[in-house]
Design a protein around this ligand. Structure first.
Ligand code: MEV
Length: 357
């Protein structure tokens, strides 16, 4: 068989971070900074996984890898316990990626007999920035292995193909993160926008909108766990106030879901004007919850200086922000905004949210 490429996008949380922890609705969208896997089949018993962005280059003899049948493991993360002596899994950030690979290979390929190949995955997504880099890796990995073993319907993923890819990618995410919500792998598989509520899982929205944004990584490190705990402490101290903030954020997500599902012709510039308002308000509400940061206010000020709205995305306290670039923004405005942000030491990517999975 011939070499082939599969790819999957990253994700941004558009609205509803933190509130989602309390059962409120959140909206995420795909971001066209993608992971790409190039798979080169070979004869023999060797598989090689190359992830240059995280410094991984490992080679396995496939006869050494565990074969996994459904029910063999209580949790996908337990795959580590099955590794035979002499199988070399790196330490560091690449470790979970390699373990997910071993799990998915063992589940999807081992039964089909030895299948040698080299898989090289490159990603435009920064690692650990809340943009879903691990989920897009698990989606391309699952899609590639399913493709190689003839389990997909064919050219372009069908609805059933996507369901299959997504369920395996979710298991890869479980290897990496224990109990992920499933939001990241769903966005990477289906693309577009989706609504997520705890306990209900991700629901793709019927949207054809694509938004121009600037994703700004402030490079300020933060702990999601500490930020989530901080919101909880604030809520314990001021339940009525914090609950009304969380409800306001929920209503923003509900409003956004309606906007995204409005027909494109009808919505046009009006959609962007309304999004501008809710982005601005959502950021203010997150700041009120104590998850802002001076770097994020700097991003917001620079954007506001160009009549653009920004909000933090993800856990806050630094990390990433997104800025909506309206369609009618003056030519070159996005580049000027990005340059001003870069002058502050932030990393900016001009991107499109809502594109294909
Ligand atoms: C972090 O990306 C999103 C939070 O809402 C935490 C969570 O949902 O687990 C802050």
């Amino acid at each position: 068989t011939r070499p082939f490429v599969v790819s999957a996008p990253g994700k941004v949380i558009m609205f509803g971070e933190h509130a989602v922890v309390y059962g409120k609705s959140a909206i995420a969208g795909s971001v066209d900074m993608r992971a790409y896997a190039l798979v080169t089949p070979s004869s023999g018993h060797s598989v090689r996984l190359v992830l240059p962005d995280i410094d991984v280059d490992v080679e396995f003899d496939v006869r050494q890898l565990p074969r996994l049948r459904p029910g063999d493991l209580a949790h996908p993360g337990d795959v580590e316990t099955l590794l035979a002596e002499g199988i070399d899994v790196p330490e560091g950030p690449g470790r979970t990626a390699v373990l997910a690979f071993v799990y998915l290979y063992g589940s999807l390929v081992a039964e089909a007999g030895a299948l040698g190949f080299t898989m090289c995955v490159r990603s435009l997504l920064p690692v650990g920035a809340g943009l879903g880099s691990s989920a897009s890796f698990n989606v391309v990995l699952s899609a590639a292995l399913l493709q190689m073993t003839g389990q997909l319907q064919g050219e372009g993923a069908t609805e059933e193909d996507r369901r299959l890819i997504n369920s395996w990618a979710f298991q890869g995410e479980q290897v990496a993160h224990g109990t992920p919500s499933g939001i990241d792998n769903s966005v990477a598989t289906y693309g577009g926008f989706l609504e997520y509520t705890k306990g209900h899982g991700p629901a793709p929205l019927h949207s054809t909108h694509a938004l121009r944004v600037i994703i700004t990584n402030t490079n300020v490190p933060r702990s999601t766990k500490a930020l989530v705990a901080g919101v909880r402490a604030l809520r314990d101290a001021h339940p009525a106030v914090v609950d009304s903030i969380l409800d306001a954020i929920h209503n923003i997500s509900v409003t956004a879901a309606t906007l995204f599902q409005a027909p494109e012709e009808a919505a046009g510039g009006e959609l962007e004007r309304q999004l501008h308002d809710v982005i601005r308000m959502n950021h203010g509400l997150l700041s009120a919850l104590g998850v802002g940061h001076p770097s994020l206010e700097r991003v917001r000020d620079i954007a506001a200086g160009h009549q653009m709205a920004s909000k933090l995305t993800g856990a806050g306290g630094g990390g990433c922000a997104l800025t909506l670039v309206p369609r009618d923004a003056p030519k070159g405005a996005a580049a000027r905004v990005a340059a001003e942000m870069a002058d502050e030491g932030f990393c900016c990517h001009q991107a499109v949210v809502g594109g294909a999975g």
